[in-house]
Design a protein around this ligand. Structure first.
Ligand SMILES: Cc1ncc(C[n+]2csc(CCOP(=O)(O)OP(=O)(O)O)c2C)c(N)n1
Ligand code: SF4
Ligand SMILES: [Mg+2]
Length: 315
């Protein structure tokens, strides 16, 4: 993996593209996610943000936080707008060669509600067309901006304002759904591992076609934990095996370094540590905890099978 020293040698990465003084809450995961994505991408980016916390925290022009072009957009049009902007970049590059238009990247940066629920049809359309865009979902596991309503990315047992006794249904596996579209690149990240975010966005920047990156991005007020614990919580999500870090690069599944230890069940942290650290799981039942444990087992069995298939295929 890239080292912090290597990143610090890159002038583009040393600059802050998402400026301080924005309206994010202290400890907001989405801010870390966007800052590190932009450190890898640099200035040749136009970002589309469907309705979300991000949409609001950027502020009002001329005092907006992104130091690069950004477009607010209606929920359902997140992916389609980025596809249209990319088409415009390509037309400009054709008409004005040598002016740098060919370097421009069109990116959607959407919340989990805007991705797993309301934007999924546009996302699926862009993925199926293999639109030349980067689609990012920052996942805080609920509709935070409107007061913590459950989304299909909210996990089992979590209390939200629309699931006061804990959500019954499970967390939708969106990276797997996007991967089923056979797109060039799918990756998962966590704000606890910024160098992994940096490396995956660097890679995604140089790939042509549809690229999807799903970033685990905790939210202190929505999940009920002290703002200084964001990194600890997101690290526990990785170390318990609940949120595996991987990439699927042109069909090849690669387990990322921070998650490799989770192949050994004895090296995984206990999921109870993760659940107890957040008020949203205060009233979680024994039955729900068992469900979490079984689900993590199942996930890792599937990862092992995938790695074995790949090994046999490469022989
Ligand atoms: C069509 C439509 N329905 C509802 C809303 C109200 N709304 C604005 S932001 C938001 C929550 C978005 O949740 P998510 O995508 O998870 O982003 P987060 O707020 O968690 O960052 C909602 C429901 C809207 N703007 N447009
Ligand atoms: S409510 Fe959560 S996601 Fe929204 S700005 Fe605050 S910490 Fe970030
Ligand atoms: Mg959300």
């Amino acid at each position: 993996m890239v080292s912090l020293k290597q990143v610090m040698e890159d002038d583009i990465a040393c600059k802050e593209w998402f400026l301080p003084g924005n309206a994010c809450c202290a400890g907001c995961g989405l801010e870390i996610a966007l800052r590190w994505a932009m450190k890898a991408l640099g200035k040749h980016v136009a970002m589309v943000t469907p309705a979300s916390c991000l949409n609001v925290v950027i502020g009002l022009w001329p005092k907006t936080a992104p130091d690069f072009p950004q477009f607010n957009m209606a929920f359902a049009a997140g992916a389609a707008t980025a596809s249209g902007i990319d088409a415009a970049f390509k037309a400009k590059a054709y008409k004005f060669p040598g002016k740098g238009w060919d370097k421009m990247v069109s990116m959607t940066f959407a919340g989990d509600g805007g991705t797993t629920d309301i934007g999924i049809q546009g996302l699926s359309g862009a993925a199926e067309r293999d639109s030349d865009i980067i689609y990012v979902c920052y996942d805080n596991e609920a509709y935070m901006n409107t007061g913590i309503q459950r989304s299909s990315s909210t996990p089992h047992g979590a209390v939200t304002t629309t699931t006061p006794f804990g959500k019954e249904r499970f967390k939708k596996n969106l990276p797997a759904i996007v991967a089923a579209h056979d797109v060039p690149y799918v990756a998962t990240c966590s704000v606890s591992h910024p160098l992994d975010i940096y490396e995956k966005f660097k890679k995604a920047k140089d790939i042509k076609g549809f690229r999807y990156i799903h970033i685990f991005a905790p939210c202190p007020p929505g999940w009920g934990y002290p703002s200084e614990d964001t990194i600890q919580i997101s690290k526990l999500a990785v170390d318990t095996g609940f949120w595996p870090l991987y990439e699927i690069d042109h069909g090849k599944f690669n387990l990322s370094k921070p998650s490799k230890k989770c192949l050994d069940p004895s090296k995984r942290e206990n999921i109870i540590e993760y659940l107890r650290a957040q008020k949203r799981f205060n009233q979680i039942s024994e039955e729900a905890i068992n469900y979490w444990q079984e689900n993590i087992e199942k996930t890792w069995k599937e990862i092992k099978i995938e790695l074995e298939i790949q090994e046999n295929y490469n022989e």
